[in-house]
Design a protein around this ligand. Structure first.
Ligand SMILES: C[S@@+](CC[C@H](N)C(=O)[O-])C[C@H]1O[C@@H](n2cnc3c(N)ncnc32)[C@H](O)[C@@H]1O
Length: 370
């Protein structure tokens, strides 16, 4: 199969690509950005190593599949061949790249800032569409940055590549018509709002601490704020300065009982996820289905944690909480508040970013829920 046929087969699966972006996907072949050894990370199955030397056919098939490909683990400290550790750089799945570019919706001649160069593929697509001179891409990791520059050169492109912390944007070329962020943030750095032209757009994966991420598009409205809404679900590796880990707590638990089924809280809808993330921005959760229909939910913040255990034969559900906050009590109240609004879906929520911070709202920017 030729490269052209592979690209056609891949882009035919993507209903969100218009003809111009389709041409760009042909002009900037993805395999030029995939290292010889990388970790294929499909959504629906276990990951595995792709090795161009050992199995060139599988390597090429994966390069042209709709799958994210991990290219760095633990900031380069772990061997990619084992797939173990924190994923710290990747080539995002093509349909995810296409969704971000569609939302970005650049016009010819637009000046674009990308945060998170990664393999350089998205920067190459943008450069092909808008011209090398209009694209600036910032990458924080030296090794990733060097490889991206080589990949782009091989693909015949030379956008401006900056080694640095993209949380500060890149003021030298501001204002930007479009800012395209390809790492997750739970708090939007205000520098991006400052560096967007009035009417400009910022597209980023909002990765709050509670549950999954949401592709978000904000418009800079000219008064120093940016306002916008949430689109599809996404999962991205975090902006370096916004990574978090689980703190250890030592206090003794307080026991109580709840009658709200915790399975409903985590599985209701993306609207519930946004409402909870907006009301409880610093609360993280993890849950698992266990044998016999049992279910366990853990919650934590910097100073408190909670464990909630559901079993089919209990009427009341066991709750353990410790620290100054009752995290399950707060979660229960937030969830029931979302229900009392009529269980609104994701598309009814939005976000405003101001110099003082960010706020989530329902239906209209003046109806803050945070
Ligand atoms: C999912 S990858 C980007 C994918 C990329 N756009 C592509 O087309 O291959 C995320 C990248 O963001 C980078 N990154 C993380 N924090 C950053 C920061 N503060 N500034 C710039 N880049 C950052 C990571 O090193 C990683 O390479």
């Amino acid at each position: 199969m030729s490269i052209g046929e592979r690209v056609t087969a891949l882009t035919n699966q993507m209903t969100n690509l218009d003809d111009r972006w389709r041409d760009v996907f042909h002009a900037v072949p993805r395999h030029l950005f995939i290292p010889d050894r990388a970790w294929c990370h499909p959504d629906d199955g276990p990951g595995y190593l792709i090795d161009r030397t050992a199995d060139p056919e599988t390597w090429m098939d994966v390069a042209y599949s709709n799958t994210s490909i991990v290219t760095q683990i633990n900031d380069g400290a772990a061997d990619i061949g084992r797939g173990k550790g924190d994923y710290t750089s990747s080539a995002s799945a093509p349909s995810v790249v296409a969704a971000g570019l569609k939302l970005l919706d650049p016009y010819d001649g637009d000046e674009v800032l990308e945060i998170g160069t990664g393999t350089g593929w998205t920067a190459g697509l943008l450069a092909n569409r808008l011209g090398d001179e209009n694209i600036t891409s910032v990458e924080i990791d030296q090794a990733v940055f060097t490889t991206a520059a080589e990949n782009l050169k091989r693909a015949g492109h030379s956008p401006r590549l900056i080694l640095g912390d993209g949380a500060g944007g890149w003021p030298e070329k501001a204002p930007y018509d479009r800012i395209h962020v390809t790492c997750g943030v739970y708090q939007v750095p205000y520098a991006w709002v400052e560096q967007a032209r009035p009417g400009g757009v910022i597209v980023f994966p909002w990765m709050p601490r509670w549950e999954g991420g949401h592709l978000t598009r904000l418009n800079a409205v000219g008064d120093g704020t940016a306002v916008g809404r949430f689109y599809g679900g996404v999962r991205f590796m975090m902006l370096r300065s916004q990574r978090w880990s689980r703190p250890r707590h030592e206090d003794v638990y307080r026991r109580s009982t709840t009658y709200l089924d915790p399975r409903r809280v985590v599985r209701s809808s993306y609207g519930a996820e946004i409402a909870i993330a907006g009301m409880l921005p610093d609360v993280c959760g993890a849950h698992e289905d266990q044998e016999g229909g049992e279910f366990h939910l853990s919650l934590w913040s910097d100073d408190s944690d909670a464990q909630v255990h559901y079993a089919p034969d209990y009427k009341g559900i066991a709750v353990l909480q410790r620290g100054p906050r009752g995290l399950w009590d707060e979660l229960e109240a937030a969830y029931l508040r979302w229900m009392s609004w009529g269980t609104p879906h994701r598309d009814r929520f939005g976000m405003t970013v101001t110099p003082e911070g960010q706020h989530v709202w329902l239906d209209s920017p003046d109806n803050l829920i945070t």
